[in-house]
Design a protein around this ligand. Structure first.
Ligand SMILES: Cc1ncc(COP(=O)(O)O)c(C=O)c1O
Length: 373
């Protein structure tokens, strides 16, 4: 029965060059990695690794239950207060992933009395939160503040959320946060900013919301992932304490999910400590990203990701394979992960790349692109 059901779907994907495949990493592989999201180069840092190991010895291998039962440890609370202080927010609440943090905040604030004004490039987790919340959703063109304002001004709902990212995951460009916050305030709306690609990267590491002077405002909420620059796993919602209380009581992805593994909390705390002790790391990300962008003849990006448009999905995959064969791992974006349908190579700069590795990458990648184009 599943054969008849699924085989035609698999064949349709294959014929369009859109089949996704898992590829396990070998523990001993020696590749230059421009595909992972370890932006600060801390996932193998001995200080971060040791913190996770120590936490396993203290707390065991799991959090044992949901946050409201036994799944909150001293490490969860320390991580929340440290992250809130670092980013200039009143409070923080840790979820077990960034995906669930977005789902949690949108579903807990959304509903029939709330309209969601969503940039057409936001991450799938914000889109899925909108669908689950049963709110009216208005998708607006990328970074068009005028379109946001029009929806807000013409709405009938008492509540409104503007959904955006600080640095967008595909184009790696920045949202006009100050203008969006101003429009939100003028129209009694709340701005939700996903800083998955901002934390540890923009604003000297504190993210774009802090850099724009918007941290701590009553109508601005921030979400983050701990799986990229923080070299760990987990998600966070930051904002006023009242919001935190509301999420603890109403966010189903928080209430009905096992708490984040304590070792992941410890790793994120250690990564944050390294970032604070070594504030030059975000600058190294930007320098590496600028070199990669120049080598591939694309515009500079605001974050760690450098996006290189390709003729189609097959070419993107083939170019990535050629790079891999030459010892450089790069990622690729293909539909449905690209809002404009354009397949791309996804190069991730990170602060741990050596000059020799960057030289090699800047030689290999343009040649692979040329070969398939
Ligand atoms: C913009 C954005 N938001 C949210 C997420 C989800 O975060 P996590 O991987 O922690 O679930 C990602 C990660 O892929 C992302 O790029």
């Amino acid at each position: 029965m599943l054969e008849e059901w699924l085989a035609p779907k698999a064949a349709a994907l294959e014929s369009r060059g859109l089949t996704r495949r898992l590829r396990a990493r070998a523990a001993d592989e020696r590749l230059i990695d421009l595909a992972g999201n370890d932006y600060l180069g801390l996932a193998s840092d001995p200080r971060v690794v040791q913190a996770a190991v120590d936490a396993v010895h203290v707390w065991g291998t799991g959090s044992t239950a949901s946050r409201l039962v036994t799944g909150t440890t001293a490490l969860h609370e320390e991580l929340e207060s440290t992250l809130a202080a670092y980013t200039g927010q009143e409070s923080a609440l840790v979820f077990s992933s960034g995906y669930l943090a977005n789902l949690g905040v949108v579903t807990a604030l959304g509903g029939p009395g709330t309209v969601l004004v969503s940039d057409d490039h936001v991450h799938a987790s914000l889109i899925d939160g909108g669908r689950l919340s049963r709110s009216r959703v208005e998708v607006v063109p990328h970074n068009e503040v005028g379109a946001v304002e029009k929806v807000l001004a013409e709405r009938n709902e008492p509540h409104a959320l503007i959904l955006t990212e600080s640095v967008f995951s595909v184009l790696s460009d920045e949202a006009p946060l100050a203008e969006l916050a101003e429009v939100a305030l003028a129209h009694n709306a709340v701005l939700v900013v996903d800083e998955a690609h901002g934390l540890g990267v923009t604003g000297g590491g504190r993210g774009s919301v802090a850099a724009a002077g918007l941290a701590g405002l009553d109508h601005v909420i921030v979400t983050m992932t701990l799986s990229k620059a923080m070299a760990s796993q987990g998600g966070v919602v930051l904002g006023p304490s009242l919001l935190r209380e509301h999420l603890i009581n109403r966010a189903r992805p928080f209430i009905y999910d096992t708490g984040l593994n304590p070792a992941a909390c410890a790793a994120a705390l250690a990564a944050l400590a390294v970032l604070q002790a070594e504030p030059s790391r975000p600058g190294a990300i930007h320098a590496a990203a600028a070199r990669l962008a120049t080598a591939c003849a694309v515009s500079p990006s605001a974050g760690a990701v450098v996006s290189v448009p390709m003729p189609g999905p097959r070419e993107a995959v083939r170019a990535a394979e050629l790079c891999l064969a030459a010892g450089v791992r790069v990622g690729s974006f293909r539909p449905p992960s690209v809002p404009d349908g354009i397949s791309r190579l996804r190069l991730t700069a990170n602060a741990g790349l050596t000059a020799a590795e960057l030289d090699r990458a800047c030689d290999v990648i343009p040649r692979a692109i040329q070969e398939v184009s």
